[in-house]
Design a protein around this ligand. Structure first.
Ligand code: ARG
Length: 458
């Protein structure tokens, strides 16, 4: 079949060429947006008198019929027809005849594809945001059960100070809340209508762009036709936001992998989200967490691909930009899949509180608290730090914890120490005492959970 643009050509394109430049294998997923956008365009063309109401009606009926056929699996797209936009136009002409040839009046695929991608991304941003909110809800539920589950907090992956599992989980809730805000911010720049920019220089027809924007739920229309068809910043922004989501998931997954090792023994993952080994009968592997950690690389790759695709492009549209789709789709698919499976992974993990508590009691996580105790007795902090350091060295030599030292031994390090020291450096007490805003004390965490829930509902 002759190409819709074949007028100035003397011969057909080579098959190899068709395969090479066709995008239908991946942009077919935009069909719904292409149709919705075309219906709004047709309505507007009739509204401003460029086509008749009857013609618009025929086009809209035709497009609605095509939509039904696609969803019923009755449509096979053609590689020779290049992309979703020309496939759609060809299908329409086949279906309703010459009237279908009027749809593309005052429109280019350049503004059309920008429209489709923006509508697609707007929906995907909403879904991704909902997945983030759901995950945060799950984390808050788990946190609520572990307000008193003491575990070591780490720096340099060395035990540092005691915290609780709830506090640790709340740290990730903060990250995911920022991710939601980033998506919402990105959505504002996605939700601008590019249609009407034409190929690059607008159109001579008296379009009502604002009407189309209202019809399609856009908050504004683009203000420069060159920019409208050459801008993919919004795709980059999404890929960047998706990359940060993946960074957060990946860090969390790394911890889950560590925690489920025998060396930590902090959690056990549910069988439903673990795998065995084909050779080693004893193995139970945290594949989900490893795959999420691994897939973060894909999304960073998508971001890099988009940036690199854009960086040397002169204005306005260039075919390079067709390469935006696979990267963007992959980022969307990957981040959604990871967010979805991560929810049950954390909801079903078994927490081994005893092991967490034991780890918190070992490793001198209460050393700072002993120093703080000395400060309260009037010792300058730097001196207190040195005293406790010597006590730790003594403990290491004698294989003891700080709170296992007798009062006499402790007093050898500093005579200001009294019986009440044991209360002050018990790990649960060390946690409870950190009752600042944003701290790990159960009371503070309880408040943080409430605030996080309010943000989710709001
Ligand atoms: N399939 C193309 C894309 O994804 C649509 C725009 C094509 N425009 C053009 N002038 N060849 O970018």
């Amino acid at each position: 079949m002759a190409k819709l643009w074949s007028g100035r050509f003397q011969k057909d394109t080579d098959r190899l060429m068709d395969d090479f430049h066709s995008s239908i294998s991946f942009d077919s997923r935009l069909y719904k947006y292409d149709i919705t956008g075309s219906i709004a365009h047709a309505k507007m063309l009739a509204r401003v008198g460029i086509i008749s109401d009857r013609e618009a009606g025929a086009i809209i009926d035709g497009l609605s019929g095509i939509l039904e056929d696609i969803e019923a699996g009755r449509v096979e797209f053609s590689v020779a027809a290049e992309d979703i936009h020309m496939n759609m136009e060809q299908l329409l002409i086949d279906r309703i005849g010459d009237v279908g040839k009027k749809l593309h009046t005052a429109r280019s695929r350049n503004d059309q594809v920008a429209l489709d991608v923006r509508m697609y991304l707007r929906d995907e941003i909403d879904e991704t945001g909902q997945l983030l909110a759901k995950l945060t809800g799950v984390l808050l539920d788990v946190a609520e059960q572990h307000l008193d589950t003491v575990m070591p907090g780490y720096t340099h992956l060395q035990r540092a100070q005691p915290i609780t599992l709830a506090h640790h989980l709340l740290a990730y809730c903060q990250m995911f809340e920022r991710d939601r805000q980033r998506l919402a911010d990105c959505r504002r720049r996605v939700n601008v209508l590019p249609l009407g920019a034409g190929a690059l220089a607008g159109t001579t027809f008296p379009l009502d762009r604002e009407y189309v924007a209202r019809e399609l739920g856009f908050d504004a229309v683009t203000e420069n036709s060159l920019d409208a068809v050459s801008d993919r910043d919004f795709a980059v922004e999404f890929a960047a936001a998706a990359s940060l989501i993946m960074v957060h998931l990946s860090r969390f997954c790394e911890e889950i992998i560590l925690w489920s090792s025998a060396e930590f023994g902090f959690i056990e993952l549910d069988d439903a989200y673990s795998t065995g080994s084909s050779m080693m009968p004893q193995k139970k592997n945290p594949d989900v967490a490893e795959l999420i950690r691994g897939k973060s690389g894909r999304v960073f790759g998508d971001l890099t691909a988009l940036l690199t695709m854009l960086k040397g492009l002169p204005l306005a549209y260039n075919k390079d930009m067709q390469e935006d789709k696979e990267a963007l789709f992959d980022a969307v698919d990957t981040v959604k899949k990871c967010l979805l499976i991560f929810q049950p992974l954390v909801a079903t993990m078994r927490v081994r509180k005893e092991n967490m508590a034991r780890a918190a009691r070992g490793g001198f996580t209460n050393a700072t608290d002993l120093a703080d105790y000395l400060v309260q007795q009037g010792v300058p902090f730097r001196e207190a730090h040195a005293i406790v350091g010597r006590a730790v060295a003594y403990c290491l030599e004698h294989n003891k914890a700080l709170d296992e030292l007798s009062l006499e031994v402790l007093r050898d390090f500093s005579p200001v120490i009294n019986e009440d020291v044991y209360e002050a450096i018990g790990v649960s007490r060390c946690v409870a005492a950190r009752n600042v805003i944003g701290g790990p004390a159960p009371e503070a965490v309880q408040k943080a959970i409430r605030a996080a829930r309010e943000k989710l509902d709001g």
